[in-house]
Design a protein. Structure first.
Lengths: 323, 343
């Protein structure tokens, strides 16, 4: 078992044993090598199940909304991306800082099961473990080591903040930011932006046409933290239930605008979308525009800052660029 | 029994598309799903699970069931003609084929759902046997043979360089006649190869669970504290239900403007907050706990109780692979006492 997992277990067990928190959110392993769901640990003895492996990806922060309703204080393990979600909830006044004990986990990126399956036959994989900068792939007939950097999730390839930006304890040393992320961060947006307007419409229409309105993107997003969502409202019904492209665009574009200036780029919406819709391209397009019109801004870095679309300044430009 | 070389499938599809609207698994961006055949778009016959199960062809995500117009009197307009197109589904996997027979129990029992029945009648299913299960496949749990698809009109088996096709219904036999020009007679050697592939398909399952006695066991589990723990991870999205080949719940919506309107049937998901929201504001399933319990109890207890012991799951594994928080039916079967064997 990796030392990272051991550190998570020790920290959780200690915090639960001495009563600092009554619940800790981390990750555990499940049946398959690529499954590392969020674990709800309520007793020191249960901390043994915690694990931090190449698939401990799911952002546990949204669970804090419900967890803090029945627990006075909740411990939560966060990677860089997850930690910005905490600032999101703090800034949106959906969480108080003293309600959470934050264990920070510097993270050099998580693995994409699809990339691993493309190289190794999935039926043969038993376990994929992180060992330094390598992934150790245990197969039914032996094992192989590969460079972890070659198997990173798309969202990790463009991550600017691998180290938690808010925490009470950091479990290990910070890690360096990947080279070239400033370019890769907007690479896909730029390639879409280069398309002619009709081609761009066709592209997005094709993407949204696959949307089944499962709402996984919204439900996982810590920036989507409204107590009641307009798209769930039955009377009046703002969003038709019929699978209609215009309504899907209505949902997706309004959601993107609602999280504009608040999206902290964890990329979970895109990663978990069962229809493979490149949602981050929309979010990052809006981030680009905000950078351009209101000055560089990254959401979720500081719960005390003034979000550009939540702040009025006299010198703000009045209109949108027609181009 | 007939056969065709895999290099000549384009010819087969061209002929099939002359017989009806032909849909087969096609990759678009990162997703493989059933799409209308186009001459120059390659089909994907390797991927086992399409993004959406073929249930959408019988039970579309959105369907107008009624149109009306207010004049001097209220006029009801027939909206049922849309279900008439002859459709051919190529490459439906055995699990998804089995799911349709479960769906039939709901929509073809009295009162029969006419639009569904018409679509069923007008569709020919050409199933494609599986050669090797994926890691998330567990169709065997429900006695589904991955090399066979008894509910299909035609069964195609990939023997390596050829597809060997067998008719399994009158519709299938008629279609085989229409395809005479492109198909060859299969030999006794092909028959042996088909049997080999079918036998092999059933081996190599990584995921083995048993549902023996589970429905009975769940009779007493409605109030189990198990659900209190299970639901917390659920984010209340509709991925599991919408991707499930057997989930079949819907909502009726009214689209009205001016003097006319439509009543539309849309997929709905028991995971959503508003699924059981009453007009007066009361919600009999007030938290996600009741909703998560509902889904699994429906699949593993209520459905078998209502439909002769058959579970409303075919082990396709879509929910196992796609649930964003890894909360799936395998876990529930294991933890609620289905016998475990293997992994």
């Amino acid at each position: 078992m990796s030392t990272a997992s051991e550190k998570l277990r020790a920290s959780a067990a200690e915090a639960l044993a001495c009563g600092r928190v009554s619940l800790v959110l981390g990750w555990r392993k499940k049946d398959f090598w690529w499954q590392s769901p969020v674990a709800f640990v309520e007793a020191a003895a249960e901390a043994e199940q915690l694990s931090f492996d190449p698939f401990s990806v799911y952002n546990p922060v949204k669970y804090l909304l419900e967890a803090t309703e029945c627990h006075e204080k909740v411990g939560v393990f966060v990677k860089g991306c997850d930690s910005r979600g905490i600032n999101r909830l703090l800034q949106d006044k959906r969480l108080e800082r003293e309600q959470v004990l934050i264990f920070g986990l510097p993270c050099s990126g998580k693995a994409d099961p699809a990339k691993i399956r493309a190289v190794f036959p999935a039926q043969k994989i038993r376990e994929v473990a992180q060992e330094g900068e390598e992934l150790l792939v245990r197969l039914t007939d032996g094992q192989e080591r590969v460079a972890a950097a070659d198997f990173l999730l798309e969202k990790c390839l463009t991550c600017r903040h691998p180290n938690p930006v808010v925490f009470d304890e950091l479990l290990w040393e910070p890690v360096p930011v990947r080279a070239g992320v400033d370019v890769s961060r907007f690479a896909r947006v730029n390639s879409v932006a280069q398309k002619e307007i009709l081609e761009r419409y066709t592209y997005w229409a094709r993407q949204f046409d696959r949307c089944i309105r499962c709402f996984a993107c919204r439900n996982t997003c810590p920036a989507c933290n409204c107590r009641s969502c307009i798209f769930d409202q039955a009377e009046p019904r703002w969003l038709g239930k019929a699978s209609d492209l215009a309504d899907t665009m209505n949902y997706q574009i309004i959601r993107a605008f609602h999280v504009a200036g608040r999206c902290f780029e964890c990329g979970e919406c895109e990663r978990i979308c069962p229809a493979g819709i490149p949602l981050q391209e929309m979010n990052r397009r809006l981030i680009m525009d905000i950078d351009k019109y209101f000055g560089p801004y990254e959401a979720g870095l500081d719960a005390g800052d003034s979000p550009p679309l939540g702040t009025y300044r006299g010198e703000d430009p009045a209109g949108f660029d027609e181009s | 029994m007939k056969k065709i070389a895999k290099t000549k499938l384009q010819e087969l599809w061209r002929c099939l598309s002359a017989e009806g609207a032909l849909y087969l698994p096609v990759r678009s961006d990162s997703v493989v799903d059933f799409a209308l055949w186009q001459e120059d778009v390659p089909a994907d016959l390797e991927t086992l699970n399409t993004f959406l199960p073929p249930k959408k062809f019988y039970y579309p995500q959105t369907e107008t069931v009624l149109k009306y117009e207010f004049g001097e009197n209220l006029q009801l307009l027939d909206a049922s003609s849309q279900a008439g197109e002859k459709t051919i589904l190529f490459g439906v996997r055995p699990c998804d084929t089995a799911a349709l027979s479960l769906m039939d129990k709901v929509y073809l029992s009295e009162p029969v759902d006419e639009a569904y029945r018409r679509r069923r009648e007008n569709t020919v299913i050409i199933a494609l046997g599986c050669r090797e299960p994926e890691e998330t496949c567990f169709c065997q749990t429900f006695d589904i043979d991955p090399g066979k698809a008894p509910g299909a009109d035609l069964l195609a088996i990939d023997t390596g360089t050829e597809l060997v096709v067998t008719a399994q219904s009158l519709k299938g036999e008629e279609l085989l006649v229409a395809l005479n020009g492109v198909l060859q007679e299969a030999t006794s050697g092909d028959e042996i190869r088909v049997k080999d592939v079918q036998e092999q398909a059933g081996e190599g399952y990584l995921t083995r669970v048993s549902v023996h006695g589970l429905a009975e066991k769940l009779d007493t589990c409605f109030a189990s504290p198990y659900w209190d723990r299970l639901y917390r991870r659920c984010i209340a999205c509709g991925t599991c239900t919408y991707l499930c080949p057997t989930c079949h719940c819907f909502d009726l919506q009214e689209y009205a403007a001016g003097h006319s309107g439509e009543r539309v049937r849309c997929w709905d998901a028991c995971m959503f907050t508003d699924f059981t929201q009453m007009a007066g504001g009361h919600n009999p399933r007030p938290t996600q706990k009741e909703r998560v319990r509902q889904r699994f109890m429906h699949k593993l207890n209520y459905f078998p109780r209502q439909h002769g012991g058959e579970y409303a799951c075919v082990g396709c594994g879509r929910c196992v692979r796609q649930c964003p928080v890894n909360l799936d039916i395998l876990e529930v079967i294991r933890e609620m006492g289905g016998a475990v064997d293997g992994q």
